[in-house]
Write a protein that binds this ligand. Structure first.
Ligand SMILES: Nc1nc2c(ncn2[C@@H]2O[C@H](COP(=O)(O)OP(=O)(O)O)[C@@H](O)[C@H]2O)c(=O)[nH]1
Ligand SMILES: [Mg+2]
Length: 287
């Protein structure tokens, strides 16, 4: 797969916007996909967030391997990065509010000591396309949708939404594009639907997916597509060809690739995590 070049002007503008909005908030929710917490991060955000409290929100936890998610949360906490995992489509998102208060505890206590009570905490969501920003925003705001007015110094177009008893959300989430030179990261993003289908070769992504599931959950592959252990032991290209035949697509492996990708996105092969938790911090440094 060729390296995907995002339109540089686009990227720069998005970064500028995020930088401006950062001045308006107390804390940032950096949304990443629980199935690929590192690959769905924009590396430039790290610099921007250097002096701003932030929480890494692993979205779509219902699609990810629970063991891996637990491992990732532990890993981030160890690295000093507060993190939570959520399914934004259902359940309570109180875990986020709780974490926000935990991270800002000192700041809130200091204000309270000055007699400032019932403080509203200003929050913004940031993340790559399709990571679940709108879903999370809507869920946090629920029926509470309310414009709480422009703050001094806030651009007229900025609106704040009331969420829960104490949060104020910036209504426009920051959109950043994934930035990657590593083709493997591109394949992971493609497999989960984070980047446009026109930006990659389906068979490249399908071959990667087959390798991943062959390593992590061969049973799911065999059961769903009536494959044998011998098929799995063959080369990945042969495996894709056999899968194509099993799907009834004769030699149209492009069509089979598309079907496989679609089914994996829909969770038909079960829950999965594509980024593995590093064994130790040392391993990350050597990466
Ligand atoms: N299963 C699952 N799907 C989610 C979750 N959050 C978002 N989605 C789905 O992901 C897709 C993209 O979500 P959206 O909020 O539009 O992403 P945005 O581009 O970041 O605003 C939609 O189909 C959502 O229903 C989640 O936690 N679990
Ligand atoms: Mg959106």
């Amino acid at each position: 797969m060729t390296t995907i070049q995002w339109f540089p002007g686009h990227m720069a503008k998005a970064l500028r916007q995020v930088k401006e909005n950062l001045k308006l908030v107390d804390i940032v929710l950096e949304l990443v996909d629980a199935r690929l917490p590192e690959s769905s991060r924009n590396p430039q955000l790290k610099e921007l967030l250097a002096n701003k409290p932030s929480i890494l929100v692993l979205t779509k936890m219902d699609l990810a391997d629970p063991k891996q998610t637990t491992g990732w949360l532990k890993y981030y906490e160890e690295m000093g990065q507060p993190a939570v995992a959520v399914n934004s489509t259902q359940g309570s998102l109180k875990v986020i509010e709780k974490k926000i208060k935990e991270v800002l505890a000192d700041k809130l206590a200091a204000k309270e000591a000055k007699g400032i009570m019932n403080q509203r905490i200003r929050v913004m969501c940031i993340g790559i396309p399709n990571v679940g920003k709108s879903t999370l925003l809507n869920h946090l705001v629920k029926k509470n949708v309310a414009q709480v007015g422009n703050k001094p110094g806030v651009t007229k177009s900025q609106q704040w939404l009331k969420a829960g008893s104490s949060l104020q959300l910036l209504d426009t989430p920051g959109i950043l594009w994934p930035k990657f030179e590593d083709p493997l990261v591109g394949k992971k993003l493609a497999l989960t639907g984070a980047i446009k289908d026109t930006l990659y070769n389906k068979d490249d992504v399908a071959l990667y997916a087959l390798e991943h599931f062959n390593d992590t959950n061969p049973q799911a592959l065999m059961e769903r597509y009536k494959l044998t252990q011998a098929n799995l032991d063959d080369t990945t290209v042969e495996l894709l060809l056999e899968l194509t035949r099993k799907m009834g697509f004769k030699d149209d492996y492009d069509r089979a690739s598309e079907r496989l990708i679609f089914e994996i996105r829909r969770g038909k092969l079960g829950r999965y995590t594509l980024d593995f938790v590093p064994v130790s911090a040392a391993e990350v440094k050597n990466d």
